[in-house]
Each structure stands twice: as C-alpha cells, then as structure tokens.
Design a protein around this ligand. Structure first.
Ligand SMILES: [Zn+2]
Length: 219
C-alpha cells in the first residue's frame, strides 16, 4: 500500500476569526429552521452512483478524508464525486439541534459548480464503515470493497440552500443538500474519530435573505 502525505494548510480551527471570508451573505453552515423551509417544486432527484472501492483515505491535518470515483445526478445535472470527509461536531443544526458528527460528500460539475451532500450522525448503533475508514487511515491503493452509501440514509429527503465551503477559502455558490434523516455511529466510534480531530467544525452563519427549500420524496 502507498502512504500519502497531505500538504499542510495555512489556516486552523483554533483561529477561525482569522479566516478570510468572501462575503458574509452566503456562508455555511447554517441553522435550518424546518418551519421556514419551503417545499421544493423542482424534481430535485438525487441519484448517487459511487464506485465500491476506496482509492485513498487521508488525514489532511484538519479532517479525515476519503477518495473514490463516482457520479451523482443532482436535480438532473451531472456532478463528479470528489471526496468525502468528516466534521466533529456536526456543522449544520436543525431547529438548533446539534449533531456530534457530519459527513460531507463533495461533488463538482463540469463547469466547476460544487454540490455537497451532508449526512448528520447521532450516537446509536455502530456503523462498520466508520471503523473501516479509520483502520485504513493514510492508506491508498489497497485492496478493498467499500460502499459509501453505507454512510448515507436510505431516505434521501433533504434541505437545500445556497451556501459556501465551510473551510478556507470559504468559496460561495455551493449547493447544499442536508439530508434530513440522521445516521448513527457508536460513542466508541465517535471517540476514535475525535481522537484524531476534535472541534474541526465551523459555527453556524447568518442565513440573511436566503430561502431554504425542502424536498420530501417519502414521508
Ligand atoms: Zn466539510
């Protein structure tokens, strides 16, 4: 197996106030108020096709990040899968409810538009895929079979809004799809993750004039 070294970044979670922000209008994450979210009229379908093999799992210095190939059709537009990574605690809150962990599935379209699907985690039953990722941290090109969808709920109902990356350069015009149904991991698994990175999250930002939409496929 090949080891990967990740270039150090020039920012950190201890000095978030020093992060340069492009504007304070369309930033992420946000607190989502369910009663303020309007039903989405567009089709909004999410079709996720991820290859069942991980190419690499990296400690970037600020998060645990995994790479694999895949495509997603999001509201009938094609996006290439880029990487997934974890934040602890979770970044988005729903009706002020906080989650201990949040998974981001980062996608990019041919013209550079970013779309992130966020999965919120609660403490509960363990999820074997978390252990798999941590067991293979900093490995690449190893034999494996991994299903990223094992970290994604079956029910893909979501909240959608326009925001930003939650790490520098905090680029805006990122499409967010925050899945409503949380997944679970055990307390022990969360501890394993937070032993590597704790507090690698950004606080919720002002929603300003943005409208959050909600897409309900299944009640
Ligand atoms: Zn993220």
């Amino acid at each position: 197996m090949k080891k990967i070294n990740f270039e150090p970044v020039d920012w950190n979670y201890q000095e978030k106030e020093a992060w340069t922000c492009p504007s304070h209008q369309f930033q992420s994450p946000i607190n989502i108020v369910n009663d303020h979210a309007k039903p989405m009229k567009e089709d909004g379908s999410l079709i996720l096709r991820y290859r069942k093999k991980i190419d690499a799992i990296v400690n970037t210095g600020y998060c645990v990040q995994g790479y694999l190939k895949g495509v997603a059709s999001i509201n009938n537009r094609l996006f290439n899968f880029q990487q997934f990574h974890f934040h602890a605690k979770g970044e988005h809150t729903i009706d002020e409810k906080e989650f201990p962990l949040e998974l981001h599935l980062v996608h990019q379209s041919e013209n550079g538009k970013m779309a992130v699907i966020a999965v919120l985690f609660e403490i509960g039953e363990e999820n074997n895929s978390i252990d798999f990722i941590l067991d293979h941290l900093n490995e690449s090109e190893f034999d494996n079979r991994f299903n990223l969808l094992s970290l994604v709920p079956k029910n893909l109902n979501y909240y959608h809004y326009l925001g930003s990356l939650t790490t520098p350069p905090l680029t805006e015009n990122v499409e967010w799809y925050v899945l409503m149904e949380p997944m679970t991991l055990s307390k022990k698994q969360l501890n394993r993750l937070t032993e590597i990175h704790n507090h690698n999250y950004r606080e919720t930002q002002e929603i300003n004039d943005r409208q959050v939409l909600k897409k309900i496929f299944h009640a």
